[in-house]
Design a protein around this ligand. Structure first.
Ligand SMILES: Nc1nc2c(ncn2[C@@H]2O[C@H](COP(=O)(O)OP(=O)(O)O)[C@@H](O)[C@H]2O)c(=O)[nH]1
Ligand SMILES: [Mg+2]
Length: 248
């Protein structure tokens, strides 16, 4: 691995030639003005458009960056896993390509790490969360139902498992992401469940959310599949204990 940096930002991107350019410019600008060392990793997930080209162009000249590409499309979960395992940050954040949670919200996650959390997850479901642009009514309702189900049957204590803005301290990354098996939308629940079994502390942090209406998620079909995957994750990892942190 290359030398460590303060923070890595991993962006899974599937057919994002429209949204990725502005996102990367904003991230570059923000990370540059905040100082310290940072790297940006884009994982182009077998996009049929110019996602990789846009990523390379937008990141040209930025000191530390990487554009990885899956061939063919493998899923958001698979892409996040690949980026996380390639990252060199003391803290590694993954963020959606549409910046629905603005990049400056990372300071709130970093504050949670500074207070001792191994993992910090952005949340749209806390009283202090600020939803400036909502998802569709249907999507929001399905998200609520999904979270209720997850809370009851898989992972108590976390109100929003699905926000695409989560950060991890270096030491947790290999133990968690090497064990991740779910390659599509259900992966968030799996990595949080593994984290819980391994005894890592997870802080749920209220963030700003400005929904971008373009979406690749199909609330019905993907939602059902995610429920199945969450139960599968529980079955698969329920035997893990904190002693397994070392054996991965
Ligand atoms: N790697 C990968 N990422 C995807 C895929 N579909 C969507 N994404 C990424 O996942 C993130 C969230 O997608 P988005 O369509 O905004 O979902 P929504 O905001 O939850 O409706 C974005 O960064 C997308 O580029 C996929 O098949 N593979
Ligand atoms: Mg989105």
């Amino acid at each position: 691995m290359s030398e460590l940096v303060d923070i890595s930002v991993v962006i899974p991107a599937y057919c994002e030639e429209q949204r990725l350019g502005p996102t990367l410019s904003r991230m570059r600008e923000y990370l540059t003005q905040r100082g310290g060392t940072a790297e940006i990793i884009v994982v182009d997930d077998g996009s049929a458009d110019h996602t990789s080209g846009v990523a390379r162009e937008s990141l040209a000249g930025y000191p530390r960056h990487e554009v990885l590409r899956n061939e063919p499309n493998a899923g958001k979960g698979a892409s996040v896993r690949r980026g996380m395992l390639a990252a060199a940050g003391e803290v590694v954040l993954f963020s959606d390509a549409d910046l629905s949670t603005p990049i400056e919200e990372m300071e709130k996650l970093l504050a949670a790490h500074a207070e001792g959390a191994h993992i910090a997850v952005g949340s749209r479901a806390l009283r202090e969360s600020r939803i400036e642009v909502h998802q569709s009514r249907l999507r929001e309702t399905m998200g609520r139902c999904f979270n209720l189900f997850i809370r009851a049957f898989v992972l108590g204590g976390i109100r929003d498992t699905q926000c695409g803005f989560k950060s991890f301290k270096r030491e947790t990354i290999v133990p968690i992401f090497r064990r991740q098996t779910i390659e599509r939308w259900g992966f968030d629940v799996e990595i949080l469940y593994i984290a819980r079994r391994l005894g890592y502390t997870v802080a749920e942090v209220p963030v700003v959310w400005r929904n971008d209406e373009a979406t690749k998620v199909n609330a019905g079909a993907d939602g059902l599949k995610m429920l199945r995957e969450a139960l599968q994750a529980r079955r698969l990892h329920r035997g893990l204990t904190p002693n397994d942190r070392e054996n991965n």
